[in-house]
Design a protein. Sequence first.
Length: 516
Amino acid sequence: MGCNKELGDFQTPPALVEQILAALGPVGKRWPRVLEPTCGRGNFISGLLALDEPPHEIRAFELQPEYVMQAEQVSLKCPRTATHIAQADLFALDLRKDLKWQEKGQLLVIGNPPWVTNAAIGLLNGNNLPTKTNFRGLSGIDAMTGESNFDLAEHIWVKLMTELANERPTIALLCKTSVARNVLRFAHETSFPVEDASIRKIAAKRWFRASAEACLFTVSVGVKAHPIEAKVYADLTASEPEAVWGVKAGRVADLSRFGRSAFLEGACSLSWRQGVKHDAATAMELTEYDGVVLNRLGNEVRVEPQYVYPLLKGADLFHQENPAPKRFVLVTQRRVGEDTERLREEAPALWSYLEQNSELFARRKSSVYRKGPRFAMFGIGDYSFAPCKVAVASLYKTPRFRVVGPVNEQPVMLDDTCYFAACGSLRQAALAACLLNHPLCLDFIASTGFADAKRRVTKRLLSRINLRALLHRADSRAFRDEVSQAFHKISPVREDFHSGEFDLEELLQPSNADGP
Protein backbone atom coordinates (compact mmCIF):
# COMPACT_ATOMS: atom_id res chain seq x y z
CA MET A 1 0.00 0.00 0.00
CA GLY A 2 1.59 3.26 -1.13
CA CYS A 3 1.29 6.64 0.57
CA ASN A 4 2.09 10.10 -0.78
CA LYS A 5 2.28 12.26 2.35
CA GLU A 6 1.62 15.59 0.63
CA LEU A 7 -1.51 14.30 -1.08
CA GLY A 8 -2.84 12.46 1.96
CA ASP A 9 -2.70 9.33 -0.17
CA PHE A 10 -3.97 6.15 1.50
CA GLN A 11 -4.77 3.54 -1.14
CA THR A 12 -7.83 1.50 -0.15
CA PRO A 13 -7.07 -2.23 0.23
CA PRO A 14 -9.21 -4.45 -2.08
CA ALA A 15 -10.60 -6.39 0.90
CA LEU A 16 -11.91 -3.16 2.42
CA VAL A 17 -13.37 -2.09 -0.93
CA GLU A 18 -15.25 -5.40 -1.04
CA GLN A 19 -16.70 -4.83 2.44
CA ILE A 20 -17.74 -1.27 1.59
CA LEU A 21 -19.54 -2.34 -1.59
CA ALA A 22 -21.30 -5.10 0.37
CA ALA A 23 -22.41 -2.58 3.01
CA LEU A 24 -23.86 -0.29 0.33
CA GLY A 25 -25.93 -3.10 -1.14
CA PRO A 26 -26.46 -4.08 -4.79
CA VAL A 27 -24.49 -1.15 -6.18
CA GLY A 28 -24.93 -1.72 -9.90
CA LYS A 29 -28.65 -2.33 -9.49
CA ARG A 30 -29.24 0.78 -7.38
CA TRP A 31 -26.80 3.14 -9.08
CA PRO A 32 -26.13 2.68 -12.82
CA ARG A 33 -23.70 5.61 -12.69
CA VAL A 34 -20.69 5.88 -10.38
CA LEU A 35 -18.23 8.75 -9.90
CA GLU A 36 -14.92 8.40 -8.10
CA PRO A 37 -13.42 11.87 -7.58
CA THR A 38 -9.92 10.70 -6.51
CA CYS A 39 -9.46 7.17 -7.83
CA GLY A 40 -5.80 6.50 -7.04
CA ARG A 41 -4.64 3.17 -8.47
CA GLY A 42 -8.19 2.06 -9.19
CA ASN A 43 -9.01 -0.31 -6.32
CA PHE A 44 -12.61 0.93 -6.09
CA ILE A 45 -12.96 0.69 -9.87
CA SER A 46 -11.67 -2.88 -9.74
CA GLY A 47 -14.14 -3.77 -6.98
CA LEU A 48 -17.06 -2.20 -8.87
CA LEU A 49 -16.23 -4.03 -12.09
CA ALA A 50 -15.99 -7.36 -10.22
CA LEU A 51 -19.60 -7.13 -9.01
CA ASP A 52 -22.14 -9.58 -10.38
CA GLU A 53 -24.07 -6.56 -11.60
CA PRO A 54 -21.58 -3.71 -12.12
CA PRO A 55 -22.58 -0.11 -12.87
CA HIS A 56 -23.25 0.80 -16.50
CA GLU A 57 -20.86 3.73 -16.42
CA ILE A 58 -17.95 4.80 -14.19
CA ARG A 59 -16.19 8.14 -14.37
CA ALA A 60 -13.10 8.88 -12.30
CA PHE A 61 -10.51 11.61 -11.77
CA GLU A 62 -6.97 11.34 -10.50
CA LEU A 63 -4.20 13.93 -10.11
CA GLN A 64 -1.13 11.66 -10.30
CA PRO A 65 -0.35 10.44 -13.85
CA GLU A 66 1.22 7.14 -12.74
CA TYR A 67 -1.98 6.24 -10.91
CA VAL A 68 -4.08 7.17 -13.93
CA MET A 69 -2.13 4.63 -16.00
CA GLN A 70 -2.66 1.91 -13.40
CA ALA A 71 -6.37 2.69 -13.09
CA GLU A 72 -6.77 2.57 -16.86
CA GLN A 73 -5.31 -0.95 -16.89
CA VAL A 74 -7.81 -1.96 -14.21
CA SER A 75 -10.70 -0.57 -16.27
CA LEU A 76 -10.00 -3.05 -19.09
CA LYS A 77 -11.21 -5.94 -16.90
CA CYS A 78 -14.87 -5.36 -17.71
CA PRO A 79 -15.53 -3.92 -21.20
CA ARG A 80 -19.32 -4.00 -20.69
CA THR A 81 -19.01 -1.07 -18.26
CA ALA A 82 -18.11 2.26 -19.88
CA THR A 83 -15.20 3.45 -17.73
CA HIS A 84 -13.63 6.88 -18.24
CA ILE A 85 -10.57 7.95 -16.24
CA ALA A 86 -9.13 11.44 -16.60
CA GLN A 87 -6.02 13.03 -15.14
CA ALA A 88 -7.32 16.19 -13.46
CA ASP A 89 -7.14 18.32 -10.35
CA LEU A 90 -10.55 17.92 -8.77
CA PHE A 91 -10.37 21.43 -7.33
CA ALA A 92 -9.98 22.87 -10.83
CA LEU A 93 -13.12 21.15 -12.15
CA ASP A 94 -16.69 22.38 -12.19
CA LEU A 95 -18.64 19.15 -11.80
CA ARG A 96 -21.81 20.83 -13.04
CA LYS A 97 -20.19 21.32 -16.45
CA ASP A 98 -17.22 18.97 -16.76
CA LEU A 99 -19.07 15.67 -16.19
CA LYS A 100 -20.51 14.33 -19.46
CA TRP A 101 -22.54 11.20 -18.72
CA GLN A 102 -23.65 8.73 -21.37
CA GLU A 103 -25.99 6.87 -19.02
CA LYS A 104 -28.97 8.08 -16.98
CA GLY A 105 -30.23 7.02 -13.58
CA GLN A 106 -29.18 7.33 -9.96
CA LEU A 107 -25.63 8.48 -9.20
CA LEU A 108 -23.27 7.06 -6.57
CA VAL A 109 -20.12 8.95 -5.61
CA ILE A 110 -17.62 6.66 -3.93
CA GLY A 111 -13.99 6.70 -2.93
CA ASN A 112 -11.32 7.65 -0.44
CA PRO A 113 -10.29 11.32 -0.67
CA PRO A 114 -7.06 12.67 0.90
CA TRP A 115 -6.57 12.34 4.66
CA VAL A 116 -4.52 15.50 5.17
CA THR A 117 -5.08 19.03 6.44
CA ASN A 118 -4.27 22.30 4.73
CA ALA A 119 -1.77 23.05 7.51
CA ALA A 120 0.09 19.75 6.93
CA ILE A 121 0.37 20.50 3.22
CA GLY A 122 1.65 23.97 4.05
CA LEU A 123 4.39 22.50 6.26
CA LEU A 124 5.40 20.27 3.34
CA ASN A 125 5.35 23.26 0.97
CA GLY A 126 2.81 21.37 -1.10
CA ASN A 127 0.43 22.74 -3.72
CA ASN A 128 -2.47 20.29 -3.48
CA LEU A 129 -4.82 22.91 -2.06
CA PRO A 130 -8.18 24.31 -3.16
CA THR A 131 -8.61 28.02 -3.78
CA LYS A 132 -8.43 29.80 -0.43
CA THR A 133 -11.98 30.37 0.78
CA ASN A 134 -13.47 30.63 4.25
CA PHE A 135 -16.17 28.08 3.44
CA ARG A 136 -16.99 27.51 7.11
CA GLY A 137 -17.71 31.22 7.59
CA LEU A 138 -15.14 31.59 10.38
CA SER A 139 -14.24 35.02 11.67
CA GLY A 140 -11.61 36.64 13.86
CA ILE A 141 -9.29 34.40 15.82
CA ASP A 142 -11.11 31.19 14.76
CA ALA A 143 -10.03 31.88 11.18
CA MET A 144 -6.43 32.54 12.31
CA THR A 145 -5.89 29.54 14.56
CA GLY A 146 -6.83 25.87 14.71
CA GLU A 147 -10.49 26.27 13.74
CA SER A 148 -9.42 27.10 10.18
CA ASN A 149 -7.20 24.02 9.83
CA PHE A 150 -9.54 21.84 7.78
CA ASP A 151 -9.06 18.50 6.08
CA LEU A 152 -8.95 18.57 2.29
CA ALA A 153 -11.68 15.92 2.47
CA GLU A 154 -14.02 18.55 3.98
CA HIS A 155 -13.55 20.77 0.96
CA ILE A 156 -14.08 17.80 -1.37
CA TRP A 157 -17.31 16.90 0.45
CA VAL A 158 -18.65 20.44 0.13
CA LYS A 159 -17.68 20.58 -3.54
CA LEU A 160 -19.37 17.26 -4.33
CA MET A 161 -22.53 18.09 -2.42
CA THR A 162 -23.01 21.56 -3.85
CA GLU A 163 -21.94 20.98 -7.45
CA LEU A 164 -23.79 17.65 -7.80
CA ALA A 165 -26.92 18.68 -5.84
CA ASN A 166 -29.16 18.61 -8.92
CA GLU A 167 -28.18 14.96 -9.51
CA ARG A 168 -29.48 14.04 -6.02
CA PRO A 169 -26.53 11.68 -5.55
CA THR A 170 -25.63 9.27 -2.81
CA ILE A 171 -22.10 10.13 -1.67
CA ALA A 172 -20.20 7.41 0.21
CA LEU A 173 -16.60 8.26 1.07
CA LEU A 174 -14.02 7.00 3.53
CA CYS A 175 -12.94 9.85 5.80
CA LYS A 176 -12.08 10.78 9.36
CA THR A 177 -15.11 10.92 11.63
CA SER A 178 -14.15 14.52 12.43
CA VAL A 179 -14.66 15.30 8.73
CA ALA A 180 -18.10 13.63 8.83
CA ARG A 181 -19.11 15.80 11.79
CA ASN A 182 -17.96 18.99 10.07
CA VAL A 183 -19.89 18.06 6.95
CA LEU A 184 -23.04 17.47 9.03
CA ARG A 185 -22.55 20.87 10.60
CA PHE A 186 -22.07 22.46 7.17
CA ALA A 187 -25.31 20.88 5.97
CA HIS A 188 -27.13 22.23 9.01
CA GLU A 189 -25.72 25.74 8.68
CA THR A 190 -26.55 25.96 4.97
CA SER A 191 -29.91 24.12 5.18
CA PHE A 192 -28.54 21.66 2.65
CA PRO A 193 -31.10 18.98 1.68
CA VAL A 194 -29.60 15.88 3.28
CA GLU A 195 -32.23 13.18 3.00
CA ASP A 196 -30.36 10.43 4.82
CA ALA A 197 -26.92 10.01 6.40
CA SER A 198 -24.99 7.24 8.09
CA ILE A 199 -21.57 6.71 9.64
CA ARG A 200 -20.04 3.25 9.69
CA LYS A 201 -16.85 3.05 11.69
CA ILE A 202 -13.78 1.36 10.25
CA ALA A 203 -10.53 0.22 11.87
CA ALA A 204 -8.15 2.77 10.35
CA LYS A 205 -5.15 1.32 12.16
CA ARG A 206 -5.81 -2.12 10.65
CA TRP A 207 -6.48 -0.95 7.11
CA PHE A 208 -4.23 2.11 6.80
CA ARG A 209 -1.89 1.99 9.80
CA ALA A 210 -3.38 5.35 10.75
CA SER A 211 -4.35 6.38 14.28
CA ALA A 212 -7.29 8.54 13.19
CA GLU A 213 -10.91 7.63 13.96
CA ALA A 214 -12.35 6.87 10.51
CA CYS A 215 -15.57 5.79 8.88
CA LEU A 216 -17.55 5.20 5.72
CA PHE A 217 -19.67 8.34 5.66
CA THR A 218 -22.73 8.16 3.42
CA VAL A 219 -25.05 11.04 2.53
CA SER A 220 -28.09 10.94 0.26
CA VAL A 221 -28.92 14.34 -1.21
CA GLY A 222 -32.61 15.14 -1.53
CA VAL A 223 -34.77 18.13 -2.41
CA LYS A 224 -35.88 19.60 0.93
CA ALA A 225 -33.87 20.38 4.05
CA HIS A 226 -34.50 18.11 7.04
CA PRO A 227 -33.17 18.08 10.62
CA ILE A 228 -29.63 16.81 10.30
CA GLU A 229 -29.16 13.35 11.78
CA ALA A 230 -26.81 10.47 11.04
CA LYS A 231 -27.09 6.90 12.31
CA VAL A 232 -23.78 5.66 13.69
CA TYR A 233 -22.85 1.97 13.26
CA ALA A 234 -20.05 0.13 15.05
CA ASP A 235 -18.70 -1.31 11.79
CA LEU A 236 -19.50 -2.03 8.16
CA THR A 237 -21.61 -5.10 8.97
CA ALA A 238 -23.69 -3.82 11.93
CA SER A 239 -27.44 -3.93 11.35
CA GLU A 240 -28.47 -1.61 14.20
CA PRO A 241 -26.99 1.83 14.99
CA GLU A 242 -25.21 2.36 18.29
CA ALA A 243 -25.94 6.10 18.35
CA VAL A 244 -27.52 8.93 16.41
CA TRP A 245 -25.62 12.14 15.80
CA GLY A 246 -27.39 15.39 15.10
CA VAL A 247 -26.84 19.12 15.27
CA LYS A 248 -27.82 20.96 18.43
CA ALA A 249 -27.02 24.62 19.06
CA GLY A 250 -24.84 24.63 15.96
CA ARG A 251 -22.68 21.71 17.08
CA VAL A 252 -22.83 17.99 16.32
CA ALA A 253 -23.95 15.97 19.34
CA ASP A 254 -24.77 12.42 20.35
CA LEU A 255 -28.52 12.99 20.56
CA SER A 256 -29.19 10.15 23.00
CA ARG A 257 -26.74 11.58 25.54
CA PHE A 258 -27.56 15.19 24.80
CA GLY A 259 -31.23 14.71 25.68
CA ARG A 260 -30.48 13.97 29.34
CA SER A 261 -28.49 17.15 29.82
CA ALA A 262 -30.01 19.43 27.18
CA PHE A 263 -31.29 21.82 29.89
CA LEU A 264 -27.66 22.95 30.35
CA GLU A 265 -27.57 24.46 26.86
CA GLY A 266 -27.25 28.22 27.20
CA ALA A 267 -24.60 30.73 28.21
CA CYS A 268 -22.01 30.25 30.91
CA SER A 269 -21.85 32.88 33.66
CA LEU A 270 -18.05 32.55 33.68
CA SER A 271 -15.75 33.80 30.92
CA TRP A 272 -13.45 31.08 29.63
CA ARG A 273 -9.93 31.72 28.40
CA GLN A 274 -7.14 29.67 26.90
CA GLY A 275 -3.81 29.51 28.71
CA VAL A 276 -0.67 31.30 27.59
CA LYS A 277 0.88 30.46 24.23
CA HIS A 278 4.48 31.30 23.41
CA ASP A 279 5.80 28.51 21.11
CA ALA A 280 9.27 28.92 22.62
CA ALA A 281 9.25 26.36 25.42
CA THR A 282 13.00 25.73 25.50
CA ALA A 283 13.58 29.34 26.54
CA MET A 284 10.31 30.32 28.22
CA GLU A 285 9.62 27.32 30.47
CA LEU A 286 11.85 26.88 33.50
CA THR A 287 12.47 24.50 36.38
CA GLU A 288 14.34 24.91 39.67
CA TYR A 289 16.92 22.51 41.13
CA ASP A 290 18.61 23.27 44.45
CA GLY A 291 17.80 26.96 44.14
CA VAL A 292 19.09 27.22 40.56
CA VAL A 293 16.63 28.14 37.79
CA LEU A 294 17.22 26.29 34.50
CA ASN A 295 15.62 26.39 31.07
CA ARG A 296 14.84 23.27 29.07
CA LEU A 297 18.34 23.22 27.60
CA GLY A 298 19.80 22.98 31.10
CA ASN A 299 21.17 26.52 31.04
CA GLU A 300 20.96 28.66 34.17
CA VAL A 301 18.53 31.57 33.89
CA ARG A 302 18.93 34.75 35.93
CA VAL A 303 16.16 37.26 35.32
CA GLU A 304 14.05 39.64 37.39
CA PRO A 305 11.82 37.39 39.58
CA GLN A 306 8.63 39.43 39.00
CA TYR A 307 8.52 38.10 35.43
CA VAL A 308 8.69 34.45 36.50
CA TYR A 309 5.35 32.74 37.33
CA PRO A 310 4.37 29.23 38.43
CA LEU A 311 3.08 27.17 35.48
CA LEU A 312 0.61 24.29 35.25
CA LYS A 313 0.31 22.22 32.09
CA GLY A 314 -2.60 20.09 30.94
CA ALA A 315 -1.05 16.88 32.30
CA ASP A 316 -0.72 18.48 35.73
CA LEU A 317 -4.40 19.42 35.79
CA PHE A 318 -5.52 16.00 34.62
CA HIS A 319 -3.43 13.85 36.94
CA GLN A 320 -3.36 15.94 40.13
CA GLU A 321 -6.46 16.53 42.25
CA ASN A 322 -4.77 19.52 43.84
CA PRO A 323 -2.33 20.61 41.13
CA ALA A 324 1.04 21.82 42.41
CA PRO A 325 3.24 23.64 39.86
CA LYS A 326 6.68 22.15 39.28
CA ARG A 327 7.53 24.50 36.42
CA PHE A 328 7.72 28.21 35.83
CA VAL A 329 7.12 30.40 32.80
CA LEU A 330 8.53 33.77 31.78
CA VAL A 331 5.79 36.33 31.14
CA THR A 332 6.80 39.14 28.82
CA GLN A 333 3.47 41.00 28.60
CA ARG A 334 0.44 41.90 30.71
CA ARG A 335 -1.87 41.99 27.70
CA VAL A 336 -1.83 40.90 24.06
CA GLY A 337 -0.04 43.41 21.85
CA GLU A 338 1.86 45.16 24.64
CA ASP A 339 5.26 46.36 23.37
CA THR A 340 8.00 44.12 24.73
CA GLU A 341 10.68 46.75 24.00
CA ARG A 342 9.82 48.26 27.39
CA LEU A 343 11.64 45.29 28.98
CA ARG A 344 14.95 46.73 27.77
CA GLU A 345 14.66 49.37 30.53
CA GLU A 346 12.28 47.70 33.00
CA ALA A 347 13.98 44.29 33.15
CA PRO A 348 17.49 44.41 31.67
CA ALA A 349 18.39 40.88 32.77
CA LEU A 350 15.24 39.44 31.17
CA TRP A 351 15.84 41.52 28.04
CA SER A 352 19.39 40.20 27.75
CA TYR A 353 18.13 36.63 28.11
CA LEU A 354 15.44 37.14 25.45
CA GLU A 355 18.01 38.66 23.10
CA GLN A 356 20.23 35.61 23.55
CA ASN A 357 17.29 33.44 22.44
CA SER A 358 15.96 35.80 19.75
CA GLU A 359 16.49 33.27 16.96
CA LEU A 360 14.07 30.87 18.68
CA PHE A 361 11.39 33.56 18.76
CA ALA A 362 12.05 34.54 15.14
CA ARG A 363 11.40 30.95 14.01
CA ARG A 364 7.87 30.84 15.43
CA LYS A 365 5.49 29.98 12.57
CA SER A 366 2.07 30.82 14.01
CA SER A 367 0.34 33.75 12.32
CA VAL A 368 -0.55 35.27 15.69
CA TYR A 369 3.07 36.45 16.08
CA ARG A 370 3.65 37.86 12.59
CA LYS A 371 2.78 41.49 13.27
CA GLY A 372 3.15 41.39 17.03
CA PRO A 373 5.94 42.60 19.30
CA ARG A 374 9.22 40.75 19.07
CA PHE A 375 8.90 38.60 22.20
CA ALA A 376 5.11 38.50 22.24
CA MET A 377 2.96 35.90 23.97
CA PHE A 378 -0.63 35.06 23.22
CA GLY A 379 -3.54 34.32 25.55
CA ILE A 380 -2.38 36.88 28.06
CA GLY A 381 -4.50 39.50 29.84
CA ASP A 382 -5.80 40.64 33.23
CA TYR A 383 -7.54 37.27 33.57
CA SER A 384 -4.15 35.49 33.47
CA PHE A 385 -3.12 37.24 36.68
CA ALA A 386 -6.29 36.40 38.62
CA PRO A 387 -5.12 34.60 41.79
CA CYS A 388 -8.02 32.10 41.74
CA LYS A 389 -9.14 30.06 38.74
CA VAL A 390 -11.11 26.98 37.76
CA ALA A 391 -9.30 25.14 34.98
CA VAL A 392 -9.45 22.04 32.77
CA ALA A 393 -7.04 20.20 30.47
CA SER A 394 -8.47 20.14 26.94
CA LEU A 395 -6.68 17.14 25.41
CA TYR A 396 -7.93 14.32 27.63
CA LYS A 397 -10.90 12.06 27.03
CA THR A 398 -12.48 12.74 30.44
CA PRO A 399 -12.49 16.37 31.60
CA ARG A 400 -11.46 17.01 35.19
CA PHE A 401 -12.07 20.53 36.44
CA ARG A 402 -9.61 21.73 39.06
CA VAL A 403 -9.34 24.70 41.39
CA VAL A 404 -6.10 26.64 40.93
CA GLY A 405 -5.08 29.02 43.69
CA PRO A 406 -2.04 31.27 44.10
CA VAL A 407 1.40 29.89 45.00
CA ASN A 408 3.50 32.03 47.31
CA GLU A 409 1.01 34.84 46.64
CA GLN A 410 1.69 34.60 42.90
CA PRO A 411 -1.03 33.76 40.35
CA VAL A 412 -0.47 30.48 38.52
CA MET A 413 -0.30 30.50 34.72
CA LEU A 414 -1.83 27.72 32.58
CA ASP A 415 -0.39 26.57 29.27
CA ASP A 416 -2.33 26.69 26.00
CA THR A 417 -3.62 23.11 26.32
CA CYS A 418 -5.79 24.35 29.20
CA TYR A 419 -8.90 26.48 29.51
CA PHE A 420 -9.71 28.44 32.66
CA ALA A 421 -12.10 30.96 34.13
CA ALA A 422 -10.88 33.65 36.48
CA CYS A 423 -12.70 33.59 39.83
CA GLY A 424 -13.02 36.21 42.53
CA SER A 425 -12.25 33.79 45.35
CA LEU A 426 -11.40 30.18 46.11
CA ARG A 427 -15.03 29.75 47.16
CA GLN A 428 -16.23 30.72 43.72
CA ALA A 429 -13.65 28.45 42.08
CA ALA A 430 -14.67 25.52 44.31
CA LEU A 431 -18.36 25.99 43.49
CA ALA A 432 -17.64 26.22 39.77
CA ALA A 433 -15.49 23.07 39.91
CA CYS A 434 -18.25 21.16 41.73
CA LEU A 435 -20.82 22.16 39.15
CA LEU A 436 -18.56 21.42 36.20
CA ASN A 437 -17.60 18.00 37.57
CA HIS A 438 -21.25 17.09 38.18
CA PRO A 439 -22.29 13.94 36.22
CA LEU A 440 -24.95 15.86 34.27
CA CYS A 441 -22.42 18.48 33.22
CA LEU A 442 -19.89 15.83 32.20
CA ASP A 443 -22.65 14.10 30.25
CA PHE A 444 -23.38 17.34 28.42
CA ILE A 445 -19.70 17.71 27.52
CA ALA A 446 -19.47 14.06 26.42
CA SER A 447 -22.48 14.42 24.12
CA THR A 448 -20.68 17.04 22.06
CA GLY A 449 -17.11 15.79 22.51
CA PHE A 450 -15.69 12.94 20.45
CA ALA A 451 -12.75 10.59 20.88
CA ASP A 452 -11.01 11.77 17.71
CA ALA A 453 -11.25 15.49 18.47
CA LYS A 454 -7.84 17.01 19.18
CA ARG A 455 -9.41 19.06 21.96
CA ARG A 456 -12.16 17.20 23.79
CA VAL A 457 -13.05 20.46 25.57
CA THR A 458 -13.11 23.81 23.78
CA LYS A 459 -13.80 27.39 24.79
CA ARG A 460 -16.89 27.36 22.60
CA LEU A 461 -18.27 24.30 24.38
CA LEU A 462 -17.49 25.62 27.87
CA SER A 463 -19.19 28.91 27.04
CA ARG A 464 -22.43 27.00 26.35
CA ILE A 465 -22.75 25.42 29.81
CA ASN A 466 -25.45 27.13 31.85
CA LEU A 467 -24.14 26.62 35.38
CA ARG A 468 -27.08 28.43 36.94
CA ALA A 469 -29.46 25.91 35.36
CA LEU A 470 -27.54 23.10 37.04
CA LEU A 471 -27.39 24.97 40.32
CA HIS A 472 -31.17 25.43 40.28
CA ARG A 473 -31.69 21.70 39.73
CA ALA A 474 -29.46 20.76 42.63
CA ASP A 475 -30.35 20.74 46.31
CA SER A 476 -28.65 23.81 47.80
CA ARG A 477 -27.69 22.09 51.06
CA ALA A 478 -26.15 19.13 49.22
CA PHE A 479 -24.23 21.45 46.94
CA ARG A 480 -23.06 23.54 49.88
CA ASP A 481 -21.64 20.39 51.45
CA GLU A 482 -19.96 19.35 48.19
CA VAL A 483 -18.41 22.79 47.77
CA SER A 484 -17.27 22.79 51.37
CA GLN A 485 -15.53 19.43 50.92
CA ALA A 486 -13.91 20.55 47.68
CA PHE A 487 -12.75 23.77 49.27
CA HIS A 488 -11.12 22.10 52.25
CA LYS A 489 -9.25 19.72 49.94
CA ILE A 490 -7.75 22.81 48.34
CA SER A 491 -7.16 25.09 51.29
CA PRO A 492 -7.93 23.73 54.78
CA VAL A 493 -5.97 26.49 56.50
CA ARG A 494 -6.17 29.76 54.60
CA GLU A 495 -9.87 30.41 54.97
CA ASP A 496 -12.81 28.98 56.89
CA PHE A 497 -15.39 28.08 54.28
CA HIS A 498 -18.22 28.14 56.82
CA SER A 499 -17.43 31.60 58.19
CA GLY A 500 -20.49 33.72 57.50
CA GLU A 501 -23.34 33.14 55.11
CA PHE A 502 -22.97 33.36 51.36
CA ASP A 503 -25.23 33.19 48.34
CA LEU A 504 -24.49 30.39 45.87
CA GLU A 505 -25.91 32.54 43.07
CA GLU A 506 -23.56 35.36 43.98
CA LEU A 507 -20.59 33.06 43.63
CA LEU A 508 -21.48 32.50 39.96
CA GLN A 509 -21.16 36.19 39.13
CA PRO A 510 -18.27 36.99 36.73
CA SER A 511 -15.06 37.94 38.47
CA ASN A 512 -13.75 41.51 38.15
CA ALA A 513 -10.35 39.94 37.62
CA ASP A 514 -11.51 38.47 34.36
CA GLY A 515 -11.32 41.75 32.47
CA PRO A 516 -13.17 42.60 29.25
